[in-house]
Design a protein around this ligand. Structure first.
Ligand SMILES: *Cc1c(COP(=O)(O)O)cnc(C)c1O
Length: 373
């Protein structure tokens, strides 16, 4: 490969899948348009069935987005004002927001080398007010969810999983989202199963909870005329469900491709840069591939000059956001989380990357890292 040739590699390439299967998408668009059935019809029912089989969970309740998925679980479990929910400060803002949105207090706990809640530190954050732990599986890498599950059992609190980034990731051969009382998933276009707009769903094996959740997403209505509780309007559209059913056909193929690219990164990136820490209990459907280096900003800039677009997940930890000021945290409270915000960045990683692009990313990065040191 000539060293002067620049290849443009966008961080994400959302249109690629649509273009590849355009006629199939247009076909369902016409079919649903003509049918006149746009809300809670057969495509949503099929989607929920498909997810149930994919993740091996009894109940799937689709909703309008992943944030509402978390909110509805908290609501349905009766969590609200006066309650505390422990979660990770290195996540996307919605994890903590969903807790705030029901009137409860998010309590942060630092992470371990997997970039998820450090089980060793969890107990020191549990108080009389703690009602649940919201464990995020960041970047698609599962938390040590069985250990966290035990801590929840010992303390008689709920385990809720934020699986917005971890669809299809397994821990000890079980899908993330099937360990806790419920799992909340996002179908936002950027996630590993993304629609052509917003969407989300909840997984649970608990029939009573499933029933409350299906009321909450649809105005509390048990039928056209009877409202059992005060609810919301947050449903997955028929069109989105149909598009997602098309996408699901390639789910395993896409996961395999993403895993192959991640393995290539792991094997070929210079050891002078820190690659993600996973263990053999995990089968990861990567959502992000997060690297650590002290020369982060320099390396990102040089990669951009070579056409390789990268991102930071996330440059401002939740406990240091302006909206969190009332929670009373300060810089220094969560050193591992804060290090992630200073020293990490994410490489492009998606199924549509070609072998040439993947090799190019590695070659550029290895050369730049050598220069940086
Ligand atoms: C995306 C995301 C959410 C929220 O999902 P939306 O569908 O965008 O509302 C929640 N938690 C995490 C960790 C996320 O990445």
């Amino acid at each position: 490969m000539s060293s002067s040739k620049v290849i443009q590699i966008p961080f994400v390439d959302l249109g690629a899948d649509f273009t590849k299967n355009e006629s199939e998408y247009l076909e369902v668009f016409k079919k649903i348009g003509r049918s006149g059935q746009y809300i809670l019809g057969e495509n949503v029912i099929d989607f929920e069935k498909n997810i149930g089989l994919l993740l091996k969970t009894k109940h799937v309740i689709s909703v309008g987005n992943g944030s509402d998925a978390i909110v509805f679980v908290l609501k349905a479990l009766g969590i609200g004002p006066g309650d505390e929910v422990i979660t990770a400060p290195n996540s996307f803002i919605a994890s903590a927001w969903s807790i705030v949105s029901v009137g409860a207090v998010p309590v942060f706990c630092d992470i371990d080398e997997s970039l998820n809640l450090n089980p060793v530190e969890l107990s020191k954050h549990i108080t009389k007010r703690t009602k649940a732990i919201l464990a995020v599986h960041l970047a698609g890498v599962p938390s040590k969810i069985d250990v966290i599950e035990n801590i929840c059992k010992q303390n008689k609190i709920y385990l809720i999983e934020d699986c917005a980034q971890s669809i299809g990731s397994l821990y000890k051969s079980r899908s993330t989202g099937t360990f806790g009382i419920a799992g909340a998933f996002s179908l936002h276009p950027l996630k590993n199963l993304g629609g052509l707009g917003d969407g989300g769903f909840i997984t649970t094996d608990n029939a009573e909870l499933a029933n409350s959740l299906s009321l909450l997403r649809n105005h509390g209505l048990s039928n056209r005329d009877s409202a059992e509780t005060w609810g919301y309007n947050s449903r997955l559209d028929e069109l989105q469900a149909a598009f997602l059913n098309i996408r699901l056909q390639n789910f395993h193929k896409n996961k395999k491709r993403v895993q192959d690219i991640a393995s290539y990164f792991m094997q070929n990136l210079t050891s002078e840069i820190e690659t993600p820490k996973i263990d053999s209990d995990m089968d990861v459907f990567w959502h992000r591939f997060i690297l650590f280096t002290k020369s982060r900003d320099y390396i990102r800039e040089e990669l951009m000059n070579k056409g390789v677009d990268t991102r930071i997940h996330y440059p401002i930890p939740i406990h240091l956001q302006n909206c969190s000021k009332n929670l009373g945290y300060t810089l220094g409270d969560f050193p591992k989380t804060e290090r992630q915000s200073y020293e990490s960045f994410s490489l492009p990683l998606y199924a549509h990357l070609s072998d040439l692009q993947v090799e190019y990313i590695v070659q550029c990065l290895n050369t730049i890292v050598k220069k940086a040191l």
